[in-house]
Design a protein around this ligand. Structure first.
Ligand SMILES: [Zn+2]
Length: 173
């Protein structure tokens, strides 16, 4: 199995509410997660670790800074340590930034100094991206497989308007 390097992509502030997990039915989310688990036989898609608990089905969102389009392009299993790096902003808020940077350095085989430089670049990108207005897309191959993901496909504004209704629906299930 080829492993990916650990990439930092801090979710821009206007997109914090964006989540496939929160917007599809539990049934579909279970299918998505099962499919991601199957792909790596339950191991972390980044570092290869396998834990009994805490493996996360991570949503992979690709940012196009030219068109200001963010596209859901896949789901991958991450161990808690890699997921803490993927969500470095939240991890830092919880006080675990140094552990996450050490893990980033170890997995990507770079120095701690280089890991910190990567974090700074990610932070700069976050600043820039947080000032933009984003269009949200879902990769066509994902829509073919899980039509429910279409709820995410459109402008973020539309989703935010729709979300209270959606949440109400969920509470009644
Ligand atoms: Zn991992």
């Amino acid at each position: 199995m080829s492993r990916e390097r650990l990439r930092l992509a801090l979710v821009p502030e206007p997109l914090w509410a964006l989540s496939a997990y929160k917007r599809v039915s539990r049934k579909v989310w279970k299918q998505i997660r099962a499919s991601a688990l199957e792909e790596t036989a339950g191991s972390c898609s980044v570092c290869g670790e396998r834990r009994e608990r805490g493996m996360v089905c991570h949503e992979s969102w690709a940012y196009d800074d030219v068109t200001c389009t963010v596209t859901l392009d896949g789901f991958k299993i991450e161990c808690p340590d890699c997921n803490a790096v993927s969500h470095l902003g939240q991890t830092a808020l919880r006080g675990f930034a140094s552990q996450a940077l050490a893990h980033l350095a170890a997995v990507n085989e770079i120095s701690l100094r280089e890991a910190m430089a990567q974090a700074q670049l990610a932070r700069d990108a976050w600043d820039r991206r947080s000032r933009e207005e984003w269009v949200v897309r879902v990769a066509p191959m994902l829509l073919v497989r899980w039509a429910e993901l279409a709820v995410l496909d459109g402008r973020l504004d539309d989703q935010e308007k729709a979300s209270p209704v959606f949440d109400l629906g969920r509470a009644n299930r």
